[in-house]
Write a protein that binds this ligand. Structure first.
Ligand SMILES: Nc1ncnc2c1ncn2[C@@H]1O[C@H](COP(=O)(O)OP(=O)(O)O)[C@@H](O)[C@H]1O
Ligand SMILES: [Mg+2]
Length: 266
């Protein structure tokens, strides 16, 4: 590992080869092949139930594929030792769809909790993901950056939805991650708030150099801020490219219900 890996491997943070995840007979992720490079900013779009959350859980190693292979930083996840897996997970920050905050704790307690995964890792295990170019931001820098510094000692449950999203972002940043995975981080706020938050995540990814993988409800935000869109439908990747290449007919394909789906809906 480390110096011995060739550049192509190092450049791919994530590589999925024909990855499939099943729930019973349902293929939540269906034969997906995909590469994501270090520092890329990727927005996953597609209707509800298309497999975005399951795919993001493959990336952050919380789910293993039932078929196919998943490589993180050139190493197949199933071959990782427990300590390698811990190390990997400490480098991949996740903002889950429900934010995963502890409501009874203060803002600062929630932010500091994010480092839990990194604690106790042995120094001799070499970083599998590229180390960050920069030192960690201090907690005050982070809170200032996300705009909640005056809320440090507020109980998290007393904050607005938008503020809670920012606490979740602060917690992820405090991990000084190589990769940030955010699952619909702006699903429950007004459009102006949603835009500010997505913009903040994209800017931070550019400045800090972390890879950003986000699933987004709002196609317009995905188009505005992300150089690469991956469209999912029924577990499959049905489009993958820059927003300028996206045609209205592609979006129709992505979101128009098929006859079969309409019957299921009814
Ligand atoms: N724990 C689960 N048990 C059974 N089915 C699930 C589970 N999680 C997700 N699914 C199903 O897998 C498919 C993909 O879900 P998901 O990855 O959450 O999609 P998305 O995030 O795009 O809404 C959906 O049909 C969903 O109902
Ligand atoms: Mg989801």
């Amino acid at each position: 590992m480390g110096e011995d890996r060739d550049m192509a491997e190092i450049e791919s943070v994530f590589r999925l080869e024909n990855a499939t995840c099943r729930y019973g007979d349902l293929r939540a992720v269906d034969n997906v092949t995909l590469k994501i490079s270090q520092g890329e900013q990727v927005a996953f779009i597609g209707p509800s139930g298309s497999g975005k959350t399951t795919l993001l859980r493959l990336l952050n190693t919380m789910r293993a594929p039932d078929e196919g292979r998943v490589f993180v930083a050139g190493t197949e996840v199933v071959n990782c030792t427990a300590s390698q897996l811990r190390k990997l997970r400490s480098r991949i920050a996740t903002i889950p769809q429900n934010l995963g905050l502890v409501p009874n704790l203060t803002v600062i307690q929630n932010v500091v909790l994010g480092k839990g995964g990194a604690r106790g890792t042995v120094g001799s295990i070499r970083d599998m993901l590229l180390p960050m170019k920069q030192d960690s931001l201090s907690i005050h820098e982070i809170l200032e950056r996300v705009g909640i510094e005056e809320k440090l000692y507020a109980r998290t449950s007393e904050l607005s939805g938008g503020q809670q999203q920012r606490v979740a972002i602060a917690r992820a940043l405090f991990q000084n991650p190589s990769v940030l995975i955010a699952d619909e981080p702006v699903s429950s706020v007004d459009p102006a708030r949603a835009r500010d938050t997505v913009k903040l995540l994209e800017e931070l990814s550019g400045e800090r150099g972390f890879t950003l993988c986000i699933s987004l409800h709002h196609i317009e935000l995905a188009r505005e801020f992300f150089p690469r869109l991956v469209g999912m439908r029924s577990g499959k990747v049905v489009l993958d490219g820059p927003p300028d290449d996206l045609k209205d007919s592609d979006l129709d394909t992505l979101y128009k219900l098929t006859q079969k789906e309409m019957m299921l809906d009814a």
